[in-house]
Design a protein around this ligand. Sequence first.
Ligand code: NAG
Ligand code: NAG
Ligand code: NAG
Ligand code: NAG
Ligand code: NAG
Ligand code: NAG
Length: 462
Amino acid sequence: MLHVPLTLLLHCFLIIGASQAQQCRLVAPKALLNGGTPTSPSSSSAASASTGSAAAPATPSITPFSYGKTPIRGVNLGGWFVLEPWITPSIFENTGNSDIIDEYTFGQMQDTNTALGVLTNHWDTWITEDDFDAIAAAGLNHVRVPLGYWSVPLPSGKGNSTVNVSPYIPGAWTYLLRALNWAKSRGIHVILDLHGAPGSQNGFDNSGQRIANPLWAGNQTNVNRTLDVIQFIAENIGGMIDVLELLNEPAGFESSSFAQTVRDYWSDGYNVVRDAVGGGLKIMIGDAFLGVASWTDFLTYPGAQGVLMDYHEYQIFSVPELQRSLDDHISFACTLQPNLTSFAASNIWTVVGEWSTAPTDCAKWLNGLGVGARWDGTYWNQNAALGSCDGWTGNMSNFSSSYKTFLRKYWEVQTEIGEAVSGWVYWTWKAENADEWSYSKGLEGGWIPQDPTDRMYPNLCS
Ligand SMILES: *[C@@H]1O[C@H](CO)[C@@H](O)[C@H](O)[C@H]1NC(C)=O
Ligand SMILES: *[C@@H]1O[C@H](CO)[C@@H](O)[C@H](O)[C@H]1NC(C)=O
Ligand SMILES: *[C@@H]1O[C@H](CO)[C@@H](O)[C@H](O)[C@H]1NC(C)=O
Ligand SMILES: *[C@@H]1O[C@H](CO)[C@@H](O)[C@H](O)[C@H]1NC(C)=O
Ligand SMILES: *[C@@H]1O[C@H](CO)[C@@H](O)[C@H](O)[C@H]1NC(C)=O
Ligand SMILES: *[C@@H]1O[C@H](CO)[C@@H](O)[C@H](O)[C@H]1NC(C)=O
């Protein structure tokens, strides 16, 4: 989810050596390939998770959502099917190996059965049916579900085996299917978001692989495979989701050829989905950090139909942004609104698909495992010199009442901006120890209202 400005990117990553081992084979029974769900929701054994022992047929989605008319009010289920060290630091701390910094190294640098056991428990417990109840009770109508390509059981064409994703550990697919049924039974709509592509589309840990040079766009084998993954998703579970997001945050700023690859991929992905399932399924693309204006007249009606633009808003991944006062964060957010509304008015539905109320980068490992914060000068080469991180992150019992007032205002202004276009999806529902990022903690702490249309501070932009 990290919005890292171009100028800072070169300093953002550690280089890790990664070799592709080729030994893993996952058995994927037909039933699972046909879009089955685990029959035993409490099942936590690795075996049943990876084989999806039994299955119910895919059932149709709920009443179609009226995109563009009713605002999307949603939350991301971050850190579930794609690990992020800052969302679940305990999973990484428990490895005892500080070289394990993302889901790729999580599979690569420890015993496979150990890793599978930890992941299976995580898939089974991080988001539960109770969370879907709480999401529905909070008046939210969408979840956005990040998924790594390695969790999609593409058939290899040889018997029942699937395409090798080593060193990633497959097995989340059946938990995804279970979640889709939880969503459906509560009338919650689903944006399924391919969040990690082969080779990494951005080099961020949240793509699965934290690397200095993301390899996705430079290798057509990776891009083609991503299209195969999209086709598989559309064919197998296209009827169980509302929106398929072709790829999260590809790094369009890397180079013009990278940006061109993204552009071609959006067009090809659009065609792949339409060929697979016709017109019902909505398709989401992103601005690739290039600004929505870069996508003027792209995949617009009537040549293309049912396309949404995903725009992400953070103001914390550079020193100048961090140095804005709390009030300035709010007024800066207001300046985004005219750009988004004018783009949306003459192009495609536009959604603020990631944003949060955090005004700092203080959450532990937000900038990567082992990396500190610019806020307090513990980042390796940038210092915003804003003092201590105490009271800005962690447990809300340390949040001052004025901080909580800001969190409420910042939540309200960003929902207002999202609702000026086609809606908003907060990042993220839960985090182990960063309450300023947590929708569920915001509800508990009162800075996020139980009814998302409540306003204590109307007209913050006027
Ligand atoms: C494929 O899976 C089916 C159903 O589980 C099984 O009957 C069949 O023997 C498997 N085939 C191979 C080649 O493993
Ligand atoms: C492209 O990616 C594939 C699959 O990861 C790999 O086998 C191949 O060597 C890569 N090609 C280049 C030119 O890097
Ligand atoms: C990718 O797919 C295209 C279209 O099917 C094909 O022409 C091309 O050869 C493929 N490239 C690679 C490297 O597989
Ligand atoms: C709005 O769009 C204009 C024109 O493209 C651009 O110069 C400006 O930076 C944008 N504002 C924001 C806040 O992104
Ligand atoms: C409150 O902040 C202090 C100082 O950072 C820290 O030691 C303490 O653990 C925090 N308390 C909670 C409940 O997070
Ligand atoms: C947060 O602090 C409260 C009060 O000190 C404590 O009861 C609670 O367990 C803490 N939560 C976490 C996740 O540490």
